[in-house]
Design a protein around this ligand. Structure first.
Ligand code: SF4
Length: 246
């Protein structure tokens, strides 16, 4: 095969075009490189270092003032004042406690004399009968006692009459009262001291049919009749006790 010959002019043009193309290619490569290379960010300047605060100079140490020595009189006066303050505080605490625990009965006790309380009467009422009834009711509760308000309800007495009645019985030694806190209020519990003699206990008593009952007295000396040396009484008590034991 015969090699085709290119005339030099055409060859020069081709060379020229090739050179231009190469130049264009080179410039494009450079541009691409530039685009690909990220701009290295310059590190920001370090924030300004805060100025270190120099510690303030220490305040001048105050001169220690030595306390003056107290005199004996001053010490005694201080002791006296402290004692008086303590006593006042105790008295106030006691008064506050008493005020909190105060009941209507306390007011009644202040209003009436001992004699008025002992002889208290409720209008149109047989006080001896009422006393016996109250004692019988309270005696059923034995040493546990019963709330006075429950007793007033049972006897249909108002609290003022009831409270005075309780005071009367206490003054006569028949009952005792115990202050208690009930549902946030101070009140009294009534406890029997002397149980009333029940009528049943007197059944068959020799005294009921005794012929010398009128002359019988505790003060009598033998052979005068007296319960202190009465064989009938002794026998009756012995029989009564043996019945109870059974
Ligand atoms: S104590 Fe004896 S003597 Fe006196 S009244 Fe009774 S039974 Fe009679």
């Amino acid at each position: 095969m015969k090699k085709k010959e290119i005339d030099p002019e055409t060859a020069n043009e081709i060379k020229k075009e090739l050179a231009e193309l190469r130049a264009q290619l080179e410039s494009q490569k450079k541009l691409k490189k530039k685009a690909a290379k990220p701009k290295a960010e310059k590190p920001k300047k370090k924030a300004a270092k805060p100025k270190e605060e120099k510690p303030k100079k220490k305040a001048a140490k105050p001169k220690e003032v030595k306390p003056k020595k107290k005199t004996k009189a001053e010490i005694n006066a201080a002791k006296k004042a402290a004692k008086a303050a303590k006593e006042k505080e105790e008295a106030e605490a006691k008064a506050a406690k008493e005020a909190a625990e105060r009941t209507p009965e306390d007011d009644l006790e202040e209003q009436f004399s001992d004699e008025q309380i002992r002889n208290f009467q409720i209008e149109k009422m047989d006080m001896d009968k009422l006393t016996n009834k109250v004692c019988e009711i309270i005696a059923d509760f034995e040493d546990k006692g019963m709330l006075q308000s429950d007793l007033w309800k049972k006897l249909k007495l108002n609290s003022r009459d009831g409270s005075r009645l309780a005071l009367r019985l206490e003054r006569r030694g028949l009952i005792s009262r115990e202050k208690i806190l009930q549902k946030g209020r101070w009140t009294y519990k009534l406890i029997i001291e002397q149980a009333p003699i029940k009528l049943e206990s007197l059944v068959n008593s020799p005294c009921l049919t005794c012929t010398v009952e009128q002359k019988c007295d505790f003060e009598n000396s033998y052979p005068e009749p007296s319960p202190l040396h009465c064989q009938l009484i002794e026998d009756w008590v012995a029989v009564d006790l043996s019945k109870k034991k059974k």
